[in-house]
Design a protein around this ligand. Sequence first.
Ligand SMILES: Nc1ncnc2c1ncn2[C@@H]1O[C@H](COP(=O)(O)OP(=O)(O)OP(=O)(O)O)[C@@H](O)[C@H]1O
Ligand SMILES: [Mg+2]
Length: 250
Amino acid sequence: MTGNLLEIKNLQVCAEDKIILNDLNLTVREGEVHVIMGPNGAGKSTLGYAVMGHPGYSIKGGNILFEGEDITEEKADVRARKGIFLSFQNPEEIQGVTLENFLRSSKTAVTGKPLRVIAYKKDLYKQMDSLNMDQDYATRYLNVGFSGGEKKKSEILQMLMLDPKLAILDETDSGLDVDAVKIVSKGVHAFKNKKNSLIIITHNTKILEYLPVDKVHILQNGRIIKSGNASLIEQVNKSGYREFITSERL
Ligand SMILES: Nc1ncnc2c1ncn2[C@@H]1O[C@H](COP(=O)(O)OP(=O)(O)OP(=O)(O)O)[C@@H](O)[C@H]1O
Ligand SMILES: [Mg+2]
């Protein structure tokens, strides 16, 4: 039997004194793929930020456990070292830091070990190739002037290079053309193994075609209002969220 990788218990999260997530519970076991869906503004990105430890989102109640260890109070860099990765819905542009250097320093920071540069570069170019990214992007400043789709690919490249235990992908598929969705979902599929887990936040379920989905959760008003198996995706695609939505407010 596999263990719980992430356990979120009765989580309450605020940003700027506004309660965004309330009494949220979620358990992701080792090797599982979970999908989070829900209307705009439901709190999906906030959930990703809270698990990653974004300083703008304060945890007012509940706990987050990773591999059985309470990480509720831990900072984002500690969580990253433990093996949590978040791909941002809106990746930031960072002037003055090339994609290659950013990835190298992230990998060193996360593993705590010096990199063998030649082997690392070989791996980087291999992964870029698998995502159909030109090698020139490695020497460009991180995401600066990248198109929306290129930024998303650069996030997936980070995930592939960091090889986390838990990857949270926040609308990684939005803004990608049809071919890019296929390339990125194959990249995610190549990343997935029996041990690591994924939380995929999405409105567009194309990215899920290549992935075995274990559980689907619908988030509304900062709470999970419905959980089920992959058939829930079909139901949402067919009828929208109306049948699940409750009138309850936080
Ligand atoms: N830093 C913040 N300060 C104030 N309000 C915030 C902050 N971050 C999020 N919110 C609010 O919390 C709610 C949830 O936002 P969140 O971005 O988590 O939604 P979402 O489910 O990811 O939506 P979408 O599908 O549009 O990406 C929204 O009403 C949003 O305006
Ligand atoms: Mg969002």
